[in-house]
Write a new protein. Sequence first.
Lengths: 719, 481
Amino acid sequence: MERSFAKEIESLRLKSGEIFRGEGILAVTKALLQSGVSYVGGYQGAPVSHLIDVLVQSQDILDDLGIHLETCTNEASAAALLGASINYPARGAVTWKAIVGTNVASDALSNLASAGVIGGALIVVGEDYGEGASVIQERSHAYAMKSSMWLLDPRPDLPTIVRCVEQGFELSEASNTPVMLELRIRACHVTGEFVAKDNIAAKVSRNSPLPDPATFNYDRLAHPPATFMQERLKLEQRMPAARKFILERGLNEVMPGDLSEIGIIVQGGLYNALNRALMNLGLSDAFGNSRVPTLVLNVTYPLVPEQLSQFCAGKRAVLMVEEGSPDYIEQALHATLRKADINTRVHGKGMLPAAGEYTIEALTRGLIAFIRAEQPQIDLAAAEAAFGQALETRKAAQALIGPNLPMRPPTFCTGCPERPVFTAIKLVERDVGKLHVAADIGCHALATFAPFSLGNSILGYGMSLASAAGVGPLSSKRPLAIMGDGGFWHNGVLSGVASSIFNRGDGVLVVMQNGYTSATGVQYLPSSAGNRLDSSPGGSDIETTVKALGARWVRRIRSYSLPEMVKSLREAMTTAQKGLKVIIADGECQLARQRRLRGEEAAALKSGARVVRTRFGVDDAICTGDHSCIRLSGCPSLTIKPNPDPLRTDPVASVNSGCVGCGHCGEVAHAAVLCPSFYRTDIVHNPGWWDRLSDRIHRTLIGWLGGKAAPAPQPAAGE
Amino acid sequence: MAATCPICILIAAMGGEGGGVLTGWITGAAQREGYPVQATSIPGVAQRTGATTYYIEIWPEKTAQRPVMSLNPAPGQVDVMIASEFVEAGRAIANGYVTPDRTLLIASTHRVFAIAERSAMGDGRYDTGKLFRAARDFSRDRILFDMDDAAKESGSILNAVLLGALAGSGALPIPVDAFEASIRSDGKSVESNLAGFRFGLNHGGGRAELAPVPATPMQRFADEGVKRLTDYQDEAYARLYLQRLETIAAIGDEALTAEVARHLALRMSFEDVIRVAQLKIKPERFAAIELETRVKPGQPYAVADFVKPGIEEIASLLPPKLARAIIALSVRRGWIDRVHFGMQVRSNRLGGYLRFRLLAGLRRWRKHSFRYAEEQQRIEEWLDLIRRAAALDLHLAREITECARLIKGYGDTYRRGLGNYLAIRDRVILPALSGRIAPDAAADAVVQARTAALADPDGESLAKTLAAFTASLAALPQAAE
């Protein structure tokens, strides 16, 4: 089902002195093995999915090293997994997508951070921020501050990322505190190289288990009165220990420069973009030889006041380069300097934008303002002219091209089983009127884009039904909540289903049962047909689960049967029966299905077995170019082409070669009574004698009747 | 001279196209040659077709110390912009990533239509003419051709053609064989990828020319109309077409006559059940299917047609009186929108063929059918409006002609289009013809209303536009006073 990571897995085996080449997130995975972890876990989500995906396929490496891998059902369970490091000298790492994953994990994280750890605990968070992000734009930084955990934000080059992972464990152990390592989207996917070390087997592992459980120690419980003591410990012991480690081990880096009157303090993750912006102003070169002294914070929490004071002392001004809001570091810098009575001016937000990704353009603009204000003697004329020229060119290009360049939002894959469900909702809306649709996180959230444009709110993963709980009682129609099986198991089963039944809610829930968490890269979940550990079915079942929770009205419907789906939805919306109504839309993720089928089909074709390939088509002569079919489907392979009819100008609908033959367009044409232009073609490959004979008979008879006059030429003998 | 800046390459692609593979080939080739290279991307969710980008920096010298390379592209700082589709190239230009001082633009000129273009009720395609100009004006140099076509021609994939074009451009200090080795080391579809690569390499100097829009003379439309209506009904019906067209030609405006020739032929060949059946069993149709599905000669295939006539479609074949009675009854009983006869007709199998054949044979009966009577009456009325408008203002006449575009499709679509047309007729065209508004203002109003009718299927835009127009009509006498 999943894509194969064979190549990536090889790089996890590299030995000391060999060169690792690959993506950032894979480098982190290798660094975990080099750090002697005892256990790894996490919940998938871009941009860190691959960490777990690759390990899932590396069972023999894990076995060799005795590492336990837990594919958690949500981030809360991943965070709680780190509880093993509270009592035992075992290193553990977990990963998830932030900010959302950290939100879900935060209860366990608070308890973990309060109790403290004796084995190094590392949390790798994929900071889903800026271009390409798919979640709300917030910062993980707040969690580090409120729970007194440490936050690493390494320079985005592989040796630094790897060093931060390794030193992150040491920092965690030196200060008895869990450490978060934050990687932005582009840093997770950045390619590069580093010199590998040998993988290390942990002292405590599946291969050398602990003989006894930890002795009872109340102080390790996040429970009063220990919590009061732990709060003091955080401030009086763990934080000072961490600061000492950061200073002594040089986790933060000071880059010298001859313009000693000014300085720049930057989050490690932004260093490369900053250097390019400095290059644009002639203040640095491609190898990072900056003229402006720079303090690179590979650890953004805790800050080390002495280090900040020392860097700023004697300078007229510094520029704080800190992405996102609130500007926690900048505020802390102000307070630090004030307390130390240092009068260095601090610039930051204002010269730099308060919100949004710090692109090279944003940084260049900020640096120009900074240099102008603090080092006006530096001649920036040429650099400013070049920068201005680039922006003017863009403006001219935009003026020529105009604002109407069509947007290209992502959409359901060709043949996706979720598409028909939204078609059904649109058709039901024609009868019962517009519905309140509580959307959720997952592929189905793509229905919020054209052509469906369905969804009134998104409150988080698995939260759709809960988010409709207050809408239903205030509305004359039942609200409709959409949830994926991913969201169902992540959270929705309790937050949504149990809560709705407990409160005697009267809403409708559609669960998309496609068998995987697909949007994150097609991972198994509790109700998958398979499991990474064994191939036996008999995992958790959604239908049984909701019935056991007390749902009375439950329908399981094949996603592609549009008429049945329409009927059930209409019934769910209009029946007099009170209570939660659950429709399970059953259809395997087409991405996973095609990955499997393509190989199987190619093998069957090669072996000479009979294979029937199905494709859909549109008759040019019958299509009148209204495109209702596209508005009810949006399938990528259902597109348009110039009208071959010399009398018509509107383009006709057309099915391109990407069609996987799911049959949805035919169902739509039927269910919505669109037009008679859709047809299905079943092409027989490696036909048997019966196929050939019956085909010949039909062709001949139709030929006699004046239909397709000449039968198609027969294949040469031997073919 | 020592390098001062990396070579910056930005790739614009769509999710699921394998932009990552192309990126891997380029970085692999650079690595092979010993150049420091870095790539990154924002792939996000796994789904298809969303616009996405990949960014590569290559240090053009072999050096022991690794330079600090950026993870983000910057406007005005891209050396090679690669786009797998033409609107994506346009997006890159609009974002400032293609500049005349620096950027080589390598882009496929083919279109993958975006959802807004595909779902428009008429023709929502983006006009790429401007993009060709922008590509010329804003790039230092450019390699533009239809690489989708090239990929199909060479039995390869688009990415391989793009890579070939990049290799052939000489923009990178990487020899051709290093790119080939990169493809080979992947070990997947090596031969076909190399074929595409070589195609791109050889056509690296290819330049796309803007195809001139062929002229559409009136005679061509009229000839096509006669041909179509003879096939549709008979020669007498085609003669009726020409007679009707002559009354418009007599006005003496060629553009008007050409447009009427076009629309009149379409309106007179309205798509009833008989016509659909006739089209479904045409030999040309099966030839087209065989071509499109790449069926080999003699390979068995079955075609299943999805048809679902309703009461109205079936009743419309009956004599007007009977049909009206049945439709009236069905409306009263609420059957009209609910009762349909859905079937899948296997039209290249004897049974299905015969079914369509019988229906198509009803052609001779058509002239007695309810639908025929209705359509002829509407056509005459439409032509009358055009003639009356032409006496006032040719512009208005042409716009009324164009309103025929609204009436198309089947079932719901047809009814909605007809309803929209009638609304425009009653609230704009008729007041204009009665002299209540100036003809040029009326022509503008017709254009606006027609555009609004095609803006959304729920008719909200049209309702708003018509309401605004009616309000302005009401305000007119006061303004004049």
